[in-house]
Every structure is written in structure tokens, then in C-alpha cells.
Write a protein that binds this ligand. Structure first.
Ligand code: ADP
Length: 620
């Protein structure tokens, strides 16, 4: 047997097997039915290709040629039909489908039963050579139209498929393209160029691509039922073999032994099939749940966006009247402007005033959060002298700190050096940032230190330089710790600003470190502080009322400056240390380069919202 014949038989059998497998995997599915029809046409094509050159009875040679031509065209027609149902049904008008079917049927019948397609044949020493009739080229054109239609059809529906369906379709397309190229070159191109039809007999070899790729798509991407059929077939074959062996046993003992094995194998096979079915059911359910989850997730994202927009709008509308209430109350309470005679009334008014101030602060915080999350916060960076900025902020907070018996000291090493030594080596620490935003961060941190210190103590601040790697290492450890925690707690490290802003810049970072001797923070709470609304324990006393938003806003502002913020504490009663990093001024160019890549902000940029009449640290 020649190699060509052997490979044709292999491809024919493979094609038939695949066709039947797909049919039995789901015989009600139109795509499966049409694919099976296609594989049968392929088998017909392969057989007729062989018979064209080995007609057995010479009188039949002309018919084999016609059958060969007709089945080649039919393949294109059937696969075009297939594309209407795979992987999803398309909405193509039925009338057009029927019209196409009628024309195709007439064409095939004419080719098969008249001499219009193949006119006559001549016998040559390698087989037969056919002369084309009037319908030969129209037939070819019809096949080409079908193939073009197939690709248009696939192209139109491609974008609406899910990723798995797209992948399935891709494998089918790869197989098709390779088979078509191979088939057309050997059965049309070469014969037309050389005038010899001898090469046509190689055309079926190209089917190996289509069969191979489709089989791969099916096995790899689990058209589930096929797994069951394969398992059932395998179990069936084993049972059959043992059954035959049992029947042909020579002695009773052997028969008994084989019989027992048969029963065991039947039971084992039953278990295997059952477990495969269970696994498939499980996978299908999993697939369904995954799809549902993806949909729910998309819906949640939409809702979240709507919520942010609503909060932004509502806060904006609320801030103005609340600030007005706060403003007038402060005027009533100011002895120079108004007089409240009843001390009780004055006390109540004072309470209302404090509450309205807190309310205004809360609204401003919410507004700021929505501005940050929507990328609408105006950030105006410039060269900033951190030493100066910190000193200025401390001056503004001094009064509040003294009220709570806290001493705020800035360990201004750079300036100390300048004062004490003849040759100052250390300049002030310079960064490239929006001073207002950095001030907000410092106020939040020092404000917390004042707020969460019960006994008299010292709050110390200092700046130092650290290698970027060290900061990255610290942050990686925090991320590792947080990733093991529930999803809700993971919010504490989820970026609230564009990832470009969060990129570290340069080899060194400036660290601003604030240390207090306050109430401290339990270790397990350290990473959670930076998510929205998180507050440790229960500090519902008048003094320590807060919103749990300050550190989230601080984190977002620091991240807008390519930095990170984290907290350390040895535990309750042992004080806390808050550290945040900022880039060094020397890396300004690199920083500007990165920020150029941030996608354009969609809407108008807005400054940080602050309640009217706000004095720094008022809400501490
Ligand atoms: P707020 O202070 O409005 O509650 P923050 O986001 O600023 O919100 O702080 C979150 C929580 O972190 C606080 O409620 C507090 O429990 C804790 N915290 C912040 N700073 C300190 C600190 N210096 N010492 C102890 N606990 C702190």
C-alpha cells in the first residue's frame, strides 16, 4: 500500500470518527449535525479522489470525476452553512439561506448527473485527466463565494463571542485556512498552471490540518460531552474484550475467574463514568458561576461609578449650606459680633457649632475622595522645601497640641548642622510636589497624633533619605501581609489613583517620619488604617471623634506623589510612628516624564475641598 493511500485512509477514518463523535456528543445541536455532514462529505471527497485514478471499472471513471468535483464544491457549501451555527447561531435571513441552498443543490445535481461540470475524461498512465465543462468555472466561483461568505460571517459574529468561543473559532479558522490553501493549490492552482490534474490526488492530505485543529479545539477546550463518550467507549471496549474472553474460557475455573474480573471491571467502569459525569457537571456549574460572577462584577463597577458621581454631586450641594450654618453659628458665638445672654443657650449653640463643623469636614472629605477617585483633583506640583513646609504646619498646629499637652518637635537636622558646624553639608530636603496636598497629609498625621494621645507627650518629626529599594521592600512586606486578609481589608492597599502616579521614581526617597507617645495601635490593625472609614476600637469620646477618612485621603495624596505611607506601633499604649515617602527633587525630570503618560483627565480639575472658615486642625 502506498504512503498516499495509507494517509488517505487514515485521514478518511479520522474525519469519519471525528464527525460521528461530534454528532453523538449532542445530536440535537445544529452545528454538530452540520459538522458531521461536513466530515461525511470530506470522506466522500477522499474516496472519490482515490477512485478517480483507480476507477476499478473504467466506465465509472467519468462519474468518479464528477463525484470528486461535486464533493469538493459541497465541502465549501457545507462549511459555509456550518458558520451560521458555530459557535453561536447567527441571525441571517432564512429566505437567503433557502435560496443559497436551492442554487447549491441544483449546481451539485447538474455536476453529478450531466456533463456540464466535467465534460469528458482521458485515461493517462497515472490515472485520468478530466476536461472541464461549462459549469466547471461557475462551480469553482460558487465555492469561492461560499468560502468568502464563511469568513465574512465569522468576522461579523466574532466580536460578540466570549473568550472561549473565540478561541474555539480561531482553531477552526486556522485549520480551515491551512486546508483550503493546501486543497486549492493541489486541486486547482497547480492543475490550472500545469494543465495536469495529477496533483489533485494530494488535496485530501491537507484535511489533516482541519481535523487536527478541530480535534485540538475540542479536546483542549472541553466540549464536555465528548469526554463522556470517550470514557464510555473505552469502558465499553474493555468490558467487551473481557466478556469475549469469559465466553471463550476453556475451563470452568478460568471462566469463573474471568467472570469475577468482568463484574469488577463493570463496577469500576460504572464508577469511572459516574465520576466523569460528576466532574463535568461540576465544571459546567463552575463555568456558569464564573459567567454570572463576571456579569455581577461589571454591574457592581457601574454602580460604584454611579455612587461616586452621586456622592460627589450630593457633597458639593451639601457643603455650601452646612458651611453657611457653621459660619453664622461662629458669628453668634463671637462675643464681639452677637450676644447670647442665656449660658445654657450658649452651651447648646456651641455644641451645634461643633457638630456642624464636623459635618462640614465629613462632607469635604467625601468630596475630596470622589475627586481623587475620579481623577479630578487638581494637583499643582512645584519645587517644595519640606523643612519649611513642616515648620510652617507645626506652627499652625501648635495651639491645638498645647491644649492637649503635646510638644511637637521637628528634628531639623539639616538646619541644625548649618547652625552648629562651619561647613553645612546637608541642604534642606527638597521635593517636587503640591505643597497644599502635602500639608494636608502632615496635618492629618500630626493631628491624629495629637488626637490619639491621652497623656502629655512629645510628637517628633524628622526627615531622612532612604534607598528606594528599602521603601519597596517595606511596601512589598505590607502587600504580602494584606494579601492574606479578607477582600474587605485588602482595600487598604488598593490604588485609589492612576498607577502612573504610584510608580517610584529615582534611587532615593525622602522619608517623613512622625512619632508619637500616644495610645498606640494594635499590630493587626496597622495595615487596615488606610482604608475608607476604618477606625480602631471605640473612641466615641467628644475629643476623638473622627470619620476614618483622614488616612485614606492621606494615602491617596501620597500616592499621587509617587510615594507610600505606612504605620508602625509596638501595640496599645506604646505610641505610633507614621512614615510617608516622597521623591527627591533630583528626580524631577523622570517624574515629569512618567506623568506625561497619565491619560487625560475627563472633566474639569477641582482643588481640595475645605469647609468655609476652617482653621487648621479645627477638628482635632
Ligand atoms: P479618624 O481619625 O477621622 O478616625 P483616620 O483615617 O485619620 O480617621 O484614622 C483612622 C484610625 O486610625 C483612627 O480612627 C485611629 O483609630 C487610628 N489612628 C490614626 N492615627 C493614630 C495614632 N497616631 N495613634 C493611634 N491611633 C491612630
Amino acid at each position: 500500500m502506498s504512503f498516499l493511500l495509507a494517509s488517505m485512509i487514515a485521514i478518511g477514518v479520522g474525519s469519519l470518527f471525528l464527525g460521528l463523535l461530534i454528532y453523538f456528543s449532542d445530536s440535537k445541536n445544529s452545528a454538530n449535525k452540520i459538522f458531521t455532514l461536513f466530515s461525511l462529505v470530506v470522506v466522500m471527497w477522499i474516496i472519490s479522489t482515490y477512485l478517480v485514478d483507480h476507477p476499478i471499472v473504467n466506465e465509472m471513471a467519468l462519474f468518479w470525476n464528477k463525484l470528486n468535483f461535486a464533493s469538493a464544491i459541497s465541502m465549501a457549501i457545507v462549511i459555509f452553512y456550518f458558520s451560521f451555527y458555530f459557535p453561536k447561531k447567527s441571525n441571517f435571513p432564512t429566505t437567503w439561506k433557502i435560496l443559497y441552498f436551492i442554487i447549491s443543490l441544483i449546481l451539485i445535481l447538474l455536476i453529478l448527473f450531466t456533463n456540464l461540470g466535467i465534460e469528458k475524461i482521458e485515461f493517462l498512465d497515472w490515472g485520468t485527466n478530466a476536461s472541464s465543462g461549462h459549469l466547471f468555472y461557475p462551480g469553482l466561483v460558487w465555492a469561492i463565494i461560499s468560502i468568502v461568505g464563511l469568513f465574512i460571517n465569522i468576522g461579523v459574529k466574532y466580536k460578540n463571542l466570549d473568550s472561549n468561543e473565540k478561541l474555539q473559532l480561531k482553531y477552526l479558522i486556522y485549520g480551515l485556512i491551512l486546508s483550503i490553501i493546501f486543497g486549492l493549490s493541489s486541486s486547482a492552482l497547480l492543475p490550472i498552471i500545469t494543465g495536469q490534474y495529477e496533483y489533485a490526488k494530494f488535496a485530501p492530505v491537507g484535511m489533516i490540518f482541519l481535523i487536527g485543529f478541530t480535534a485540538y479545539a475540542i479536546l483542549k477546550h472541553q466540549l464536555f460531552n465528548i469526554k463522556v463518550i470517550l470514557t464510555e467507549t473505552a469502558v465499553g471496549l474493555v468490558v467487551l474484550a473481557i466478556f469475549i474472553q469469559t465466553l471463550s474460557s476453556k475451563t470452568i475455573g478460568q471462566g469463573l475467574f474471568n467472570g469475577i474480573i468482568l463484574i469488577l471491571v463493570i463496577y469500576g467502569g460504572y464508577l469511572v463514568i459516574k465520576s466523569v459525569l460528576r466532574e463535568i457537571k461540576f465544571r459546567q456549574e463552575l463555568q456558569m458561576l464564573t459567567d454570572q460572577l463576571a456579569k455581577a462584577n461589571a454591574h457592581l463597577k457601574d454602580l460604584d461609578k454611579m455612587k461616586t458621581e452621586f456622592v460627589s454631586l450630593a457633597s458639593h450641594e451639601l457643603l455650601t449650606p452646612v458651611s453657611a450654618i457653621e459660619g453664622y453659628l461662629s458669628m453668634i458665638l463671637d462675643e464681639h459680633l452677637a450676644k447670647v445672654d442665656d449660658p445654657k443657650a450658649a452651651q447648646y449653640l456651641d455644641r451645634i457649632y461643633r457638630s456642624s463643623r464636623r459635618l462640614a469636614r465629613l462632607i469635604a472629605d467625601m468630596l475630596n475622595i470622589s475627586r481623587i477617585e475620579e481623577g479630578r483633583l487638581m494637583v499643582e506640583k512645584k519645587d517644595v522645601n519640606l523643612n519649611e513646609l513642616i515648620k510652617q504646619t507645626i506652627d499652625e498646629l501648635k495651639f491645638k497640641a498645647e491644649e492637649r499637652k503635646q510638644r511637637v518637635v521637628f528634628e531639623d537636622i539639616a538646619n541644625k548642622l548649618r547652625d552648629s558646624s562651619a561647613t553645612p553639608q546637608n541642604d534642606n530636603y527638597m521635593t517636587y510636589a503640591d505643597p497644599d496636598k502635602i500639608k494636608e497629609v502632615i496635618v492629618n498625621i500630626i493631628g491624629n497624633s495629637i488626637k490619639y494621645s491621652k497623656d502629655p507627650g512629645t510628637i517628633s518629626i524628622h526627615i531622612e533619605k532612604a534607598p528606594t529599594e528599602k521603601v519597596q521592600e517595606i511596601w512589598a512586606k505590607i502587600e504580602d501581609k494584606v494579601k492574606d486578609q479578607p477582600l474587605d481589608d485588602q482595600e487598604a492597599i488598593k490604588a485609589s489613583v492612576n498607577e502612573y502616579y504610584r510608580q517610584f521614581v529615582g534611587k532615593e526617597q525622602l522619608l517623613i517620619i512622625v512619632k508619637d507617645q500616644g495610645i498606640g495601635i494594635p499590630k493587626e490593625e496597622l495595615t487596615k488604617l488606610f482604608k475608607k472609614f476604618h477606625r480602631v476600637g471605640d473612641y466615641s469620646t467628644e475629643e476623638s471623634q473622627g470619620t476614618g477618612l483622614g488616612l485614606y485621603i492621606s494615602r491617596s495624596l501620597v500616592e499621587l506623589h509617587h510615594g507610600r505611607i505606612w504605620a508602625d506601633s509596638e501595640g496599645r499604649g506604646k505610641g505610633s510612628t507614621f512614615t510617608f515617602s516622597l521623591p527627591d527633587i533630583s528626580d524631577k525630570e523622570a517624574l515629569l516624564e512618567i506623568e506625561k503618560q497619565v491619560p487625560n483627565q475627563k472633566e474639569q480639575l477641582k482643588p481640595l475641598a475645605k469647609p468655609m472658615n476652617e482653621k487648621i486642625g479645627e477638628d482635632i
